[in-house]
Design a protein around this ligand. Structure first.
Ligand code: PHB
Length: 395
């Protein structure tokens, strides 16, 4: 049981409001109560650092908005979802039924997201997704109360095939964890790589979050493809980069991936990551005043460097603060909150973006290369990429 209450700080105003709460009309009383914000994120396991970065980002944006939402104090609740899909529904229900959160922010893992999504659709709770790219939640099962501030799993890899073929790599091996995020990243890669004239000669996989890569690396060495493309993230990505280099493959077979491969792991991977080329909706070195200011402030506040997960958390906070302001703190006004979020323009460190009709960011995808412990932008791989969301019928 890992739920705990954090921040219970009452200003003089809210104490006064609570004191005369009995006399206030219902709406005013509801509005004077604190906004209950629930984090359902991984704080343990291979994605632990991703959960922390997301929470940091959200808090930073809310602090910048004055530490309140539409004039109301905030109370935070937390659940460690352990990236365990089997507990997804139970953990989400805990936040919604027991803690009565107004908004559920979560999560990272696509399998766990499907549990949250079931609860979000059944209860109508506002759900902001700060990472998990599971296609269904903004495609066939899209919902008016569910908004994603990150990506669909195919969005980064839809931009990966072309640059690989342009670099002369026509025969590739694909490798990933066997679960929704890996399978859907492959969907984007297969589409873009074959359209550009490449052939995937072998698809390799292992169960999430397994990191015993040795047998698969031996198989890659024997296939001798022009290049390898992959989806891995978090602690597992750092281990994959190190094992790939330790096997000597980085000298003979160039490694590519959706950019999560090199996010938040560059210190842990060290020289093993040098030169790796990836596609993603963010890059450390984006040369804009907005990104520079964000990176400085994040580093100062949390004593660590931000990554794409911190940016997605930050944008989640920006979206929430913008919508709360638009509805004067009345998050119970679901229709108005939905309209505000659908119309929001997010001034993100990644560049400004807005929501697609299916509630997923329309965004540029950058081509990046690891150079000296940094994800350097080397181009824009694709402009204003919108997930096709063919089967989304918003209720
Ligand atoms: C996912 O499971 O959807 C997922 C996890 C980690 C990432 C990206 C996607 O970095």
């Amino acid at each position: 049981m890992t739920t705990r209450r954090v921040v219970v700080q009452r200003g003089a105003a809210s104490i006064a409001a609570a004191a005369c709460g009995l006399w206030l009309p219902t709406l005013a009383r509801a509005q004077s109560a604190r906004v209950r914000v629930g984090f359902m994120l991984p704080y343990t396991g291979t994605f632990a650092a991703l959960g922390v970065a997301i929470e940091n980002g959200v808090r930073m944006a809310l602090d910048e908005a004055g530490g309140k939402l539409g004039g109301r104090e905030i109370e935070f609740f937390k659940v460690d979802d352990e990236s365990n899909p089997a507990k997804g529904v139970e953990n989400a229900s805990r936040l919604v039924q027991r803690d009565k959160v107004d908004v559920l922010i979560g999560t990272v893992h696509s399998g766990v997201q499907m549990g949250i999504h079931k609860v979000a659709r059944e209860t109508g709770v506002l759900n902001l997704i700060p990472n998990a790219g599971a296609h269904a939640v903004t495609r066939a099962l899209c919902a008016p109360n569910v908004f994603r501030t990150s990506f669909t799993n195919a969005q980064p890899t839809l931009a990966l095939g072309k640059p690989m073929v342009e670099r002369g790599h026509k025969r590739a091996v694909w490798i990933t964890w066997n679960y929704a995020a890996g399978e859907e990243a492959l969907e984007g890669f297969e589409q873009s790589y074959t359209a550009a004239g490449g052939t995937i000669v072998k698809k390799l996989g292992l169960p999430f979050p397994n990191v015993e890569f040795q047998a698969l690396l031996t198989e890659i060495a024997s296939i001798k493809p022009d290049a390898v493309a992959c989806f891995f993230a978090g602690g597992g990505a750092a281990k994959f980069l190190r094992d790939y280099a330790a096997a000597g493959l980085n000298r003979t077979i160039p490694l590519y991936g959706s950019g999560f491969l090199t996010e938040g792991v560059l210190e842990a991977a060290g020289d093993a990551a040098e030169g790796v080329i990836t596609t993603l909706h963010y890059a450390d070195s984006l040369d804009t005043p907005r990104n520079k200011q964000f990176r400085l402030q994040y580093a100062k506040t949390f004593k660590m460097q931000p990554d794409v997960y911190a940016v997605q958390g930050y944008d989640t906070g920006l979206l929430l603060a913008q919508a709360a302001k638009a509805v004067g703190g009345d998050l119970g006004n679901k229709k108005a909150v939905q309209t505000a979020m659908e119309n929001a323009v997010i001034d993100s460190p990644r560049g400004p973006w807005r929501m697609s009709k299916a509630h997923n960011p329309i965004q540029d995808i950058y081509l990046r290369q690891v150079r000296g412990r940094d994800n350097k932008v080397i181009g824009v791989a694709a402009k204003a990429v919108e997930d096709p969301a063919p089967n989304c019928r918003m209720a």
